[in-house]
Design a protein around this ligand. Structure first.
Ligand SMILES: *Cc1c(COP(=O)(O)O)cnc(C)c1O
Length: 362
């Protein structure tokens, strides 16, 4: 599957350090971890093990299958499934001790029915909508909840999700927090959870009892306008396949979008959009080597990307040498920004043929 040519190094110690950083940033709250989408593309089992070792006891995934995969390896931690119950046989969750996040009245009714059928209280989280209009109980639906039915459930948390936490000054943040206080107040004895990574950064007012960071654990900057306090987690290395000394004016790659002149030098490396190198970064991004910026020259191909290495000393790169394509502080953020997207998308699109190497080995 993974090839030995390109490898994605994933620093598990940095993930643990980022977990500890978040914990000290929210000392009053429990710090859970969101490891959906295969741990933001980095390998859910490996990153979960690092987080368990760092003291994390509560994990969120999106899909039922993600929860089942984690449960197959980890018996102890609480695993909550954000997708909820729709389209799912409750018995599958019960057998695997997975906790559904109940997003609407239909799911609540199914889970209460299952609890009655199994003659036991079942753990659940309740998602209330505070303005995102995506998932969660609306106010009217929440007030209609039959409190006696709730006796069949062991409510682990009432949660909501922030739409604009990555923009600290956005007025929506305070509105959602206040709305969350009001709605979650209907469940006074239940722990409350509002903050994702950027929500943790918004401060104590947003942290409540349980925080749910994802991207910050994996080294993406949750608040783009501020310098990230987190450690970089991924390093992507790829080999130089060929060096071109340009002797005749021409262009590089598909679409002939990058002009070259005699005297310029190019390096073609074995990595492309099939590996998750977003094609929208073509002709925009610079890769850094020895502190020298190497422009991505022309379009990123499926399996190849060409760098303009004219500014490097001659001979510095040879076929077979390795180039750090994503590396260091802000590496994933810069790549994502060059492609007009966010580090979340970059990480979750890193291709399956990249060999994941964990440091230290889990
Ligand atoms: C993905 C997700 C998170 C984590 O968000 P980050 O911005 O990655 O920290 C938290 N809560 C919910 C409901 C999510 O879907």
């Amino acid at each position: 599957m993974g090839s030995d040519r390109t490898h994605l190094d994933i620093d598990l110690a940095a993930i643990a350090a980022n977990y500890r950083w978040l914990r000290q940033a929210a000392p009053e709250a429990e710090m859970a971890a969101v490891v959906k989408a295969d741990g933001y593309g980095l390998g859910a089992v490996a990153v979960t093990r690092a987080l368990v070792d760092a003291g994390c006891r509560t994990f969120f995934v999106s899909r039922l299958e993600e929860g089942l995969d984690l449960r197959a390896t980890f018996a102890e931690p609480e695993i909550l499934v954000l997708d909820g119950l729709t389209g799912v046989d409750p018995a599958v969750l019960i057998d695997a001790s997975l906790i559904p996040v109940l997003n609407h009245g239909g799911e609540l009714a199914s889970w209460v029915d299952a609890a009655r059928a199994h003659d036991r209280r079942l753990a659940a989280a309740l998602h209330v909508d505070t303005g995102m209009n995506r998932l969660g109980f609306g106010e009217t639906e929440l007030q209609a909840v039959d409190k006696t039915a709730l006796r069949h459930l062991d409510l682990r948390c009432v949660m909501s999700h922030l739409a604009c936490a990555d923009t600290p000054d956005h007025a929506m943040n305070g509105r959602q927090r206040d709305r969350f206080r009001a709605l979650s107040g209907l469940f006074p004895d239940t722990p409350k959870s509002l903050a994702n990574s950027a929500g943790v950064m918004l401060g104590a007012d947003y942290q409540f009892d349980l925080c749910r960071p994802g991207i910050a654990l994996f080294g993406g900057n949750p608040v783009p306008a501020e310098v990230s306090p987190l450690e970089p987690v991924v390093r992507l290395m790829a080999p130089v396949l060929q060096i071109h000394e340009i002797t005749r004016a021409g262009t590089v790659g598909y679409g002939a979008t990058y002009a070259v002149q005699p005297g310029m030098r190019l390096a073609t490396i074995g990595l492309g959009y099939a590996d998750g190198l977003l094609r929208a970064a073509s002709n925009v991004l610079n890769i850094e080597l020895d502190g020298i910026a190497l422009p991505v020259a022309g379009r990123i191909s499926m399996d190849l990307v060409t760098l303009d290495i004219t500014n490097l000393p001659a001979g510095r790169l040879q076929p077979g040498d390795w180039v750090p394509v994503i590396d260091g502080a802000g590496g994933v953020d810069r790549w994502a920004a060059a492609a007009g997207t966010i580090p979340y998308e970059l990480l979750t699109r890193l291709g399956t043929r990249l060999k994941r190497r964990y440091i230290p080995a889990p």
